[in-house]
Design a protein around this ligand. Sequence first.
Ligand SMILES: NC(=O)c1ccc[n+]([C@@H]2O[C@H](COP(=O)([O-])OP(=O)(O)OC[C@H]3O[C@@H](n4cnc5c(N)ncnc54)[C@H](OP(=O)(O)O)[C@@H]3O)[C@@H](O)[C@H]2O)c1
Length: 321
Amino acid sequence: MTAFGDPREGVRRERLAYAAPPAGEVLVKVRTAGAGYPDAMMAAGAFPLLGAPPFGLGEEVCGDVVAVGPGSRFAVGDRILGITAFLRGWGGYAEYAYVRDGSAIRVPSPLTDEQAGGFPIAYRTAYAGLVERAGLTAGEQVVVLGGAGSSGVAAIQLAKALGATVTAVAGSPEKLEFARSVGADQAVSYRGTDLEKEIREATGGHGADLIFDVVGGETAGIAVKTLARHGRIAIVGFASGVPVTLDPVDMLLRNYTAVGVLADAHTPAGEEAAWGRLAALAEEGKLATPVGTVWSFDDVPAMIAQQTTPPPGKSVVRVAS
Ligand SMILES: NC(=O)c1ccc[n+]([C@@H]2O[C@H](COP(=O)([O-])OP(=O)(O)OC[C@H]3O[C@@H](n4cnc5c(N)ncnc54)[C@H](OP(=O)(O)O)[C@@H]3O)[C@@H](O)[C@H]2O)c1
């Protein structure tokens, strides 16, 4: 990315030299890389954790390890999936990528390259929101906003795998059907409906024990009204453009909690636990990226541009066979 703005203008292909990976990272030859809403935010200059261009886009990859930093858990030749060093400017839409050692796993056997490349960010985010921050327990009613989006789909599958009942919220009939197809027990629309009533009915009158919120704005504000006592809202993002507005007095009177979610356990042991659990669930076939469009490397700028309003299914670029 050479300048903030439309990625079809700001993205340029360049030839770079890759130094040996530092401690805490490995270098992979990229097979596939997953796209997401944060790509669009980064291109627009709206991503809070990144400075000015130039930088490489692409948060997540599947690839083969070609070099390891000191003390790595991985060996040359391992096929891994993980989060790239995009925060220091080295992204995954490239022939080679640095991957954070602690945010990577060997690819679970059921996953294809495309599923693996689109796995890390969404499922790690879902785990952070549902498990680490909001303490999901089996039997709870989970409401997933943005339920046909990248993080939402992962949250649906993870919540189901952990024994919850899941209501997805999405816009179009196509997206509602998609949310059901990936495992949601119910799917309700926020467009032209009484969303509060829809959620109450879908949860059998109980309301939400846990809201996974990647949307914010009006939709999240309405969903909050359905929170049951001791409910939680996990604030993950604001795809609507604005974060949810909360009223502390309402929180007090109805005994609910809001937690902020950044998908990072901040300790090596915490990261290892999160990735170990995700790997085990994927190995059991309970988590699998629903791949949508597979793009060619030349089409990366168009793929990024589409991430503001992506169709159902994860966009992945195939870099090398
Ligand atoms: N905290 C973290 O660590 C973390 C990690 C990853 C992502 N995020 C954030 O999470 C957010 C979503 O990311 P994502 O990758 O899941 O994006 P995504 O795949 O684009 O999904 C977002 C979904 O939000 C829905 N949406 C958009 N505007 C809406 C509105 N006004 N009301 C209701 N739904 C709306 C869209 O569905 P419809 O077409 O059905 O409206 C879309 O499917 C972003 O803000 C991203 O930055 C945070």
